[in-house]
Design a protein around this ligand. Structure first.
Ligand code: BGC
Length: 350
């Protein structure tokens, strides 16, 4: 009899604990979803990079839009790491100590992401890396690490396809002197950036696969930068007068630098075709004006939206997978498309 009572008491106690725990979880859930403000830290490898500038503007727009839509206040702290990984590491510490709910990081040196990851893991602050992709091993260290970017091989194949199409329609578009070879120069981004290596390889491979007869005159690293590219192109125009027919550039800013040098030398877009990648506003303007031959546009609105959506849901303790289609649970690849001069004009007149 006594044993039955003890048994009953233990069962009641167990049920009581379970109910208590369930209620605690319920209240906790309500408390979390009732956050009325969140703080998101954003770190940029360089604030003066044109492409990164468009993403920054997109993030600011999204923060305002979500604030209006949901009534949840969004504090965005955006800091420029000015090309220094040490500065960025200290900025990460500062943002964590300010109580950021999530960090969006465009790392300076993608191979040093582990230092940032250590700090974020210690503090329990989730990180959305973007544009400069940490190595897979680093990305797999914690479940609260995400990456948003544009697939580099896809950008390059699209860039190459645009040129193959033009060549097939009229070979003289690229082979201006009609000697049966398209003589090109190549402008490359930072050597440490995954996009430079992959874009270079696949643009040229796509041209070859598409049957465009190629001759490489020369190439150089201009670190995504318009003025560095302009200086290189100025030199090449002097070294190889009348020989360059095509400039293949890893991004729009360097393509624009080459066009600057062509303008200074009085060379028009008819004799040298220039192609870029990004579809930045300045790049699209050059397309409309007819100085840039083609570019590959990444959908910057969706790019910024994906970064923001992931940071937003993590800040509210929600699962990002329910709002953003993630590959392998942590990668979002932004859609891209070729933009030619005709398409840019059509878009403008819409
Ligand atoms: C873009 C470049 C940009 C670089 C910065 C690349 O994906 O195409 O324009 O300068 O990222 O990391």
């Amino acid at each position: 009899m006594k044993r039955n009572w003890i048994y009953l008491l233990a069962v009641c106690l167990g049920i009581g604990i379970l109910i208590g725990y369930w209620q605690y979880r319920e209240n906790e859930g309500q408390r979390q979803s009732k956050k009325n403000s969140i703080r998101i830290g954003v770190l940029l490898y360089r604030g003066d990079d044109t492409f990164i500038g468009t993403l920054r503007a997109g993030l600011e727009d999204k923060a305002k839009e979500y604030e209006q839509k949901t009534g949840i206040k969004v504090k965005l702290d955006i800091l420029d790491s000015k090309g220094s990984q040490n500065t960025q590491n200290s900025q990460v510490e500062r943002l964590i100590s300010l109580g950021c709910d999530a960090l969006c990081i465009n790392s300076v040196d993608r191979s040093s992401a582990s230092i940032i990851i250590d700090k974020a893991m210690d503090a329990g602050t989730p990180v959305v890396f973007f544009n400069r992709e940490p190595v897979e091993e680093d990305m797999n260290r914690w479940e609260k690490l995400y990456y948003v970017g544009a697939d580099a091989k896809e950008s390059a194949v699209l860039q190459g396809d645009a040129l193959v199409d033009a060549y097939r329609k009229d070979s003289r578009t690229l082979d201006a002197n009609g000697n049966g070879l398209v003589s090109y120069v190549l402008l490359e981004g930072e050597t440490s950036h995954q996009d430079s290596l992959i874009r270079t390889e696949w643009s040229i491979q796509t041209l070859k696969d598409g049957g465009v007869p190629l001759e490489k005159i020369t190439g150089g690293i201009a670190n995504w930068d318009r003025s560095q590219a302009s200086a290189l192109m100025e030199q090449w125009l002097k070294e190889y007068p009348g020989q360059i027919e095509l400039v293949v550039s890893n991004n729009d800013d360097m393509a624009l630098g080459a066009i600057d040098a062509m303008n200074r030398a009085g060379i028009g877009a008819n004799s040298i075709k220039v192609v870029g990648i990004d579809g930045t506003p300045v790049g699209i303007k050059a397309l409309e004006e007819g100085t840039l031959f083609a570019t590959v546009e990444s959908d910057k609105e969706r790019y910024a939206q994906a970064i923001f959506d992931i940071a937003w849901s993590l800040s509210l303790d929600q699962d990002p997978k329910s709002v953003v289609p993630l590959v392998n649970g942590k990668y979002y690849w932004c859609p891209q498309r070729v933009l030619t001069q005709e398409e840019a004009k059509l878009l403008k007149n819409k």
